[in-house]
Design a protein around this ligand. Structure first.
Ligand code: GLN
Length: 541
């Protein structure tokens, strides 16, 4: 029987519930257990593919083509494993299954009710995820914070599981303890309320992860113990850290895995965190920087700048920088600035390398093309991901081939030179408003061209990478592009789809139709990010 650990949030979002979930999973794995992790996203959307990334963050794509929450990416990176569709659910997805089952007479004419049928479907999905992953322990992260209307049915599912199998289910409350600047004191009240709110849905937390700027002191631990109804040693201190990859070690110092296993009646079978620890320690000592600019458009929300949309890109850049012995210094630039003032693009010469990540629609596109032209002409290492690849091909067509109106049909459907055009079969989807889950999604094989920089970086002939797009390079222009020096460095096995382009006479100018950022690992950076950072360092020197 697998064990389930539900991780719920208190007080507010954004305090690192995903990192806590992944870190505890990592820690339990290091003690000899096979761990998987599930994300519950309480939105009514069926998947994250249709959610505005500024509101919801990155859309993380799995090998089997699911469009999920960015936390799934954290689980893959910490647990160094591949996570599939089964490990992600939303309110919309759960209801969709129940309704489809009802329409197929799957409930044999019974009245289908929100309770118990919705929680039962949640439980079925959790058990299925455990079985598919052959997990000993399943971490289940419940999105949102306790007390929200949206996650109540998921909490009900968790409560029902605990009732049935009390020894196999635990709850961890990850809550925030603010230290208001004016007071200078850590306040526990909001978290006391969170623990009580959790009680009101019939759940008692077994552990409290006390997230705060600083470590929680003994006095507050004792106080929280009384108010949150748990032993002081089950309150885990989780202060802000410079690198999130240190969190498993911080938990290990407090014997979190031992305490969890004890409650489950399990023992420590192994201790394999030392490699991770060595690595996490080593990256904090790096001080020579590598300066990388990421040019996007999904950064600003109100008065604030957020980079969550490009979460995996950022992690990939960090992993690769560390592997190259450098401290990553990342800067977010808004491409619309280069539309307002094209001369501003010269600021890019300050950076060792430039990335244009994935994107959709017309906003900021001309600014990105201006930036790509600059880095191509100035020999600044460039890495284009998905849209960043398509726009690089457009830039090349416009400014090297002299096709002035070269464009993507996504932005200008009427252009006489659609260098990037819609993929076969996709018109139907758009014409009938079938947008959800209909892009070219998930892992596809790609054959590399011998002698290219990317073939050298990968060191193999065939690769598999994850995709999320509706448009592609138009094969009618392939000969012209190649003739002018744009190498087709990777193709689908049937040679129909351009998956990678690369420039011959440039320190590093690579664009991928796929999203390499989804396959980076802390200690095993993605080969193309690795090569890009190495080129960026070399170009500067
Ligand atoms: N908008 C482009 C397409 O749909 C690129 C998508 C992306 O960058 N993920 O093809």
């Amino acid at each position: 029987m697998p064990k389930f650990i539900f991780v719920v949030g208190g007080v507010m979002s954004g305090v690192g519930k995903g990192t806590s979930t992944a870190s505890i999973g990592k820690l339990l794995e290091s003690k000899g257990y096979h761990v998987t992790a599930v994300k519950i996203d309480p939105y009514v959307n069926v998947d994250a593919g249709t959610m505005n990334p500024i509101e919801h963050g990155e859309v993380f794509v799995t090998d089997d083509g699911d469009e999920t929450d960015q936390d799934i990416g954290s689980y893959e990176r910490y647990l160094d494993t591949t996570i599939y569709k089964d490990n992600y659910m939303t309110t919309g997805r759960v209801y969709q299954t129940v309704i489809e089952r009802e329409r197929a007479l799957g409930y044999n004419g019974r009245c289908v009710q929100v309770v118990p049928h919705i929680p039962e479907e949640v439980i079925r999905r959790l058990q299925n995820a455990a079985k598919k992953a052959k997990a000993d322990i399943v971490m289940v992260e419940v999105g949102g914070t306790v007390g929200e209307y949206e996650n109540i049915l998921f909490m009900e599912a968790a409560r029902m599981m605990k009732l049935k199998r009390p020894k196999d289910v635990l709850f961890i409350l990850v809550s925030y303890l603010p230290i208001p600047g004016r007071l200078g004191e850590m306040k526990t009240k909001p978290t006391q309320h969170a623990a009580r709110t959790l009680n009101s849905v019939g759940v008692q937390a077994d552990f409290l992860v006390a997230r705060s700027e600083r470590a929680i002191d003994e006095a507050r631990k004792r106080k929280m113990s009384v108010f949150c109804n748990m032993a002081p040693e089950d309150i885990i201190s989780s202060p802000d850290v410079e690198s999130v990859y240190r969190v498993p070690m911080i938990y290990d110092e407090q014997k979190v895995a031992e305490k969890i296993l004890k409650k489950f009646g399990l023992r420590v079978k192994k201790n394999t965190l030392s490699n991770w620890k060595k690595w996490a320690d080593s990256i904090t000592t790096l001080d020579r920087p590598v300066n990388i600019a990421v040019i996007g458009k999904y950064f600003e929300t109100g008065d604030y700048i957020l980079s969550d949309v490009y979460f995996s890109v950022i992690e990939s850049l960090k992993h690769a920088s560390w592997a190259n012995g450098r401290k990553p210094v990342l800067t977010w630039l808004n491409s619309e600035e280069y539309e307002r003032d094209p001369k501003k693009v010269r600021e890019l010469s300050k950076y060792d390398g430039v990335v244009v990540p994935g994107g959709f629609g017309s906003r900021g596109v001309e600014g990105k093309i201006t930036a790509i032209r600059y880095v191509r002409e100035q020999n600044i290492p460039y890495f284009g991901l998905c849209y960043g690849m398509q726009l690089a091909v457009i830039e090349f067509a416009r400014n090297v081939l002299g096709i002035a109106d070269a464009h993507t049909a996504e932005v200008n459907p009427k252009t006489s030179n659609p260098i990037i055009h819609i993929m076969p079969g996709q018109e139907k989807n758009i014409a009938s408003n079938r947008y959800g889950g209909t892009m070219r999604l998930g892992a596809y094989p790609c054959v590399l061209t011998r002698g290219t920089k990317v073939a050298k970086a990968y060191g193999v002939k065939e690769i598999s990478e994850r995709h999320r797009h509706r448009y592609e390079v138009n094969n009618d222009y392939r000969q012209q592009l190649e003739g002018a020096g744009l190498l087709i460095a990777g193709l689908s096995p049937d040679k129909r789809l351009v998956e990678i382009v690369e420039l011959k006479d440039h320190p590093f100018f690579v664009g991928t139709q796929f999203h390499p950022e989804f396959k980076t690992r802390p200690m095993k950076p993605h080969p193309l990010f690795n090569a890009f950072i190495a080129a960026a360092i070399k170009a500067r020197e």
